[in-house]
Design a protein around this ligand. Structure first.
Ligand SMILES: NC(=O)c1ccc[n+]([C@@H]2O[C@H](COP(=O)([O-])OP(=O)(O)OC[C@H]3O[C@@H](n4cnc5c(N)ncnc54)[C@H](O)[C@@H]3O)[C@@H](O)[C@H]2O)c1
Length: 443
């Protein structure tokens, strides 16, 4: 059993803290957001993440999980301090490390014996060394010389299936030069280690690079199939059949070959930008990643053009009402960070459309993330309410409840039967037989 403080109780910190407690560790989750900690203390989970409430409740009841705003006390009372704060993009694309720095310095000001500081936030190569430097600076300002080790332990969980991903990972990556730290980290992940989860021990820089290289590769894969889809539309090929056949090749793999409106979310957009920036900074430009970022921006813009073209060409969006189903960047999360829905909604409004939007979980997020177009946007009460009197339906996010719409009802509610399926959920024949004008991506 390890004694752990997890600093930053967001999507990653809360899932990590709760699941590490479920592994039998003693965990205190720290955050400087008073509202969040107050909610958690009363058993309210501040994010939408299936199954997380049960893990949190189970571990609070077992006395293994607690929440606090007192970082110093949490650091003093525990041996391992995880950093799980945000690393959003700066204006120049690099990762903004200010929260990581703040927390590193606070840890150093509070520590009074050997600590392991584990970086779980996604940070550019070289950040672990910076964390070491910040901690040394604070210790020397205090006039003390305490032992500590910095570890990189990147997180690969996916929102929407975060609990399953954390408890059944494809691999655990631990980067450190210290044998002592490696031994303690094996204890932290004892349940997984004993279950023979692939466990990769390496140095700090390599662990940091593994995270960026993995995310960037997945972003490239999505973007690759999006570009193939665009070409399929021009030459009369069906991208879904292309992707299915490609995916059967074991060297390629079927995952992340689903064309759509471009990747979004809290990780791929910022991590590709940060990695590209690191490449430029080191005089090793990563041309594939640079091209991916550009192609992904174009893909989002292309969706707006697709809708405008489908409705009759330039100017056709003016005065039209468009129903948007789904706003989160993917199903089963309320996260709208860099969701392609934002760019598509803003693009449609810029061309004169009015929107009726609905999402099963992201309505609260949408209220402020779409504030700039609020005068042209009505938040509906459910998916059918969104369709009422609209000139077109745009399926933005493939929530399960949008996979099985009552098509007769959809047709009755829409003013015109235009169906833009940006996630390729439906079959063209079925929709056309029902009398819809059907538009998909790459087929
Ligand atoms: N969200 C994901 O799916 C995911 C997956 C893998 C890795 N990551 C990485 O994990 C990191 C965290 O991401 P997230 O999505 O959980 O972010 P988040 O914004 O949901 O959570 C960050 C939390 O840190 C808190 N915080 C900030 N400064 C603090 C401070 N000084 N003291 C205490 N708490 C502080 C914030 O209040 C917030 O609750 C990022 O680097 C991200 O790239 C995210």
């Amino acid at each position: 059993m390890s004694k752990i403080a997890v600093i930053g109780t967001g999507y990653v910190g809360l899932v990590s803290g709760a699941c590490l407690a479920d592994f039998g560790n003693h965990v205190v989750c720290v955050d400087n957001n008073a509202e969040k900690i107050a909610a958690l203390k009363t058993g309210v989970i501040p994010i939408y993440e299936p199954g997380l409430d049960l893990v949190v409740a189970r571990n609070i009841a077992a006395g293994r999980l607690s929440f606090t705003m007192d970082l110093a006390a949490a650091v003093k009372a525990n041996d391992v301090a995880f950093i799980a704060v945000g690393t959003p993009p700066s204006d120049d694309g690099s990762a903004d490390l200010r929260y990581v720095e703040q927390v590193s310095r606070e840890i150093a000001r509070a520590m009074d014996f050997y600590k392991i500081i584990v970086d779980k936030s996604t940070v550019p190569v070289g950040t672990g060394r910076k964390v070491e430097g910040w901690i040394r600076e604070e210790l020397s300002a205090r006039g003390v010389d305490l032992p500590f080790d910095v570890v990189s332990n990147p997180e690969f969980l996916r929102e929407g299936s975060a609990v399953q991903d954390f408890t059944h990972p494809d691999r655990v990556v631990i980067g450190s030069e210290s044998e002592r730290a490696h031994t303690i980290m094996k204890d932290v992940y004892r349940s997984l280690y004993l279950n023979e989860t692939p466990y990769i021990e390496t140095n700090l820089e390599t662990a940091e690079m593994i995270k960026y290289a993995s995310n960037a590769f997945l972003a490239v894969k999505i973007t690759f199939i999006n570009e193939v889809a665009n070409l399929c539309e021009k030459v009369g090929a069906n991208v879904q059949d292309v992707a299915k056949a490609m995916g059967r090749d074991g060297r390629i793999g079927a995952k992340f070959l689903h064309p759509g409106p471009g990747y979004g979310g809290s990780c791929f957009p910022k991590d590709t930008q940060a990695m590209a920036r690191t490449g430029r900074d080191h005089g090793e430009p990563l041309s594939i990643i640079e091209a991916t970022i550009e192609a992904n921006e174009k893909q989002k813009a292309r969706m707006v053009e697709k809708i405008e073209t489908g409705l009759g060409g330039t100017g056709s969006l003016s005065g039209k009402t468009i129903a948007i189903l789904g706003l989160s960047f993917k199903p089963n999360t309320d996260d709208m960070r860099d969701s392609p829905a934002i760019a598509v909604c803003e693009g449609l409004v810029a061309r004169g459309a009015k929107l009726r939007a609905w999402d099963p979980a992201a309505m609260k997020e949408a209220a402020w993330r779409l504030a700039s177009i609020k005068d042209s946007l009505l938040f509906a009460n459910d998916e059918y309410d969104a369709l009422d009197g609209a000139d077109a339906l745009v399926l933005m996010t493939e929530w399960n409840q949008f996979r099985n719409l009552d098509l007769d009802r959809v047709k009755t509610l829409l003013k015109a039967p235009n169906f833009f399926d940006l996630r390729n959920v439906y079959k063209r024949e079925e929709l056309e037989t029902e009398g819809f004008a059907y538009f998909a991506v790459g087929k």
